[in-house]
Design a protein around this ligand. Structure first.
Ligand code: AP5
Length: 236
């Protein structure tokens, strides 16, 4: 018989700051959007923020464009400043889901300095998917201008090339080619793998989830990990 209290349901749950970690294509964006709706906290995707800067032709966007198209990381100070600006928005007051950030130890250490403002410590969830699955996910991904995520192999829209929700034309990201995918994986292995170890070994609120399952199964496992880590960090 379990010695622990039953887990609270998601309705009275305040997630606080949540990090979704993992290699390119593991499903961070897909899961962040679902969890954002469920928990009523915003998704902060540094990839999306950088693409917005690129679209608006800001000076940051111009610098990022070249690096992103080669699969390389944007310098820490630029990304941290961008995240700092986003943290000023009032919708982050009760927490947020960071997707694709932090990606270097420098970013993780900077984030630590920001988190002192929160009463709740950060919870980190690493999504794991075999590399051979990731290539198909990346090259098959299509996105709507509003950011809805599809896949021509695993999550097809009802009509080819058209968003189910708003009828817009789906696009392929410039960096979703096989060549750039391998460069992104190199950056992940060189810089971001260490960030996962950082959260695995510091603070105790870390979980690993198998992302090579149906989307809703992965969401269920992340939800369960969040509830458990908030209430029984030593048991996760
Ligand atoms: P970013 O936009 O963050 O890209 P990424 O980390 O490579 O992650 P992705 O967006 O490619 O994948 P995802 O895990 O979100 O997967 P998704 O849910 O879409 O970064 C892009 C670039 O920006 C970087 O290379 C770098 O240059 C720069 N950058 C960004 N952040 C930075 C930072 N912090 N520091 C420095 N530089 C930074 O899913 C992928 C596909 O799989 C979709 O088609 C989806 O439909 C499908 N799928 C998802 N889940 C499942 C499932 N369970 N089963 C089957 N299919 C699934």
């Amino acid at each position: 018989m379990s010695m622990h209290k039953p887990l609270p349901d998601a309705n009275d749950f305040l997630p606080g700051p949540v990090l979704l970690l993992g290699a390119p294509g593991v499903g961070k964006g897909t899961q962040a959007k679902l969890l954002m709706e469920e928990f009523g906290i915003p998704q902060i995707s540094t990839g999306d923020l950088l693409r917005e800067n690129r679209k608006n032709r800001t000076s940051l966007g111009m610098i990022a464009d070249e690096l992103m198209s080669k699969g390389q990381l944007v310098p820490d100070d630029l990304v941290n400043d961008m995240v700092a600006e986003r943290f000023k928005d009032p919708d982050t007051e009760h927490g947020y889901i960071l997707d694709g950030y932090p990606r270097t130890i420098g970013q993780a250490q900077w984030l630590d300095t920001q988190l002192v403002a929160y009463m709740l410590p950060v919870v980190a969830v690493n999504i794991v998917v075999p590399q051979q699955v990731l290539l198909e996910r990346i090259t098959g991904r299509r996105i709507s201008p509003a950011g809805r995520i599809y896949n021509i192999y695993t999550n097809r829209p009802k009509q080819d090339g058209i968003c189910d929700v708003d009828g817009s034309t789906l696009e392929q990201r410039k960096d979703d080619t096989e060549e750039v995918f391998y460069e992104r994986m190199k950056a992940f292995d060189a810089k971001t793998a260490a960030v996962i170890e950082y959260y695995r070994t510091h603070g105790g609120r870390f979980a690993e989830v198998n992302g090579d399952q149906p989307v809703e199964t992965v969401t269920g496992e992340i939800r369960a990990a969040l509830l458990k880590l908030r209430h029984h960090p030593d048991q996760a």
